[in-house]
Design a protein around this ligand. Structure first.
Ligand code: FMN
Length: 190
């Protein structure tokens, strides 16, 4: 299976990117072959209809191809004033766009959502808005109790990933739910 990891943060030492590295490590320990690829929201220009009409952004094309070919899209978002950061919303706006007969790569895409914050709520406040946008885009959001890495700035990091057992267990539960949500044979459709 192919899993695209999209961090909502553009920060170098991002807690959310660390969450996704933890997800990558969990996937590597599960049975089956899981190819993971990171999608950087920082490389996408601001959405602009003229640029889209002119087909002028290789980064957008690459991002759309990546997501179109994914069995699972895994997003970890910070909470900026209780919502996802603009850079992540911008990426979703690009990804939401159909092209002629080609649907948006988010349509029907199995998508898992998590979050991280140095605060006590672990970025959970950003998740309902993100889930709502994904729903508007036709993504198939994985049903699971919300998972957020709380006080993540104080958690131990080893090889770029979190090791705290309870967080790892909750993330593994979300990962398993995401893999289980992929329709059988879906990979031959893209
Ligand atoms: C503009 C702004 C607003 C923020 N608002 C919140 C917030 O509402 N809740 C929260 O827990 N953290 C908030 N934070 C702190 C972020 O959670 C923190 O910067 C976090 O490390 C960002 O995620 P990252 O480490 O993946 O970059 C805010 C940070 C910024 C810059």
């Amino acid at each position: 299976m192919k899993i695209v990891l999209m961090s909502g943060s553009t920060r170098r030492d991002s807690l959310n990117t660390t969450v996704l590295e933890t997800v990558r490590h969990i996937l590597a320990g599960l049975p089956g072959t899981h190819e993971t690829v990171a999608l950087s929201v920082a490389e996408l220009p601001f959405y602009e209809a003229g640029l889209e009409l002119a087909d002028g952004s290789p980064a957008v094309r690459a991002a759309k191809e990546l997501v179109a070919g994914a069995d699972v899209l895994f997003i970890s978002t910070p909470a900026y004033n209780g919502a996802m950061p603009g850079a992540l919303k911008n990426a979703l706006d690009w990804l939401s766009r159909a092209e002629g007969a080609t649907p948006s790569p988010l349509t029907g895409r199995v998508t898992a959502v998590t979050s991280a914050s140095p605060g006590a709520r672990g970025g959970l406040d950003a998740q309902p808005g993100l889930v709502a946008v994904l729903g508007r885009c036709g993504a198939r959001v994985v049903e699971h109790e919300p998972v957020g890495a709380a006080r993540a700035g104080a958690l131990e990091v080893e090889d770029g990933r979190f090791t705290e057992p309870e967080l790892v267990a909750r993330l593994e539960s979300l990962v398993r739910a995401a893999l289980a949500a992929v329709p059988a044979g879906a990979e031959v459709l893209v």
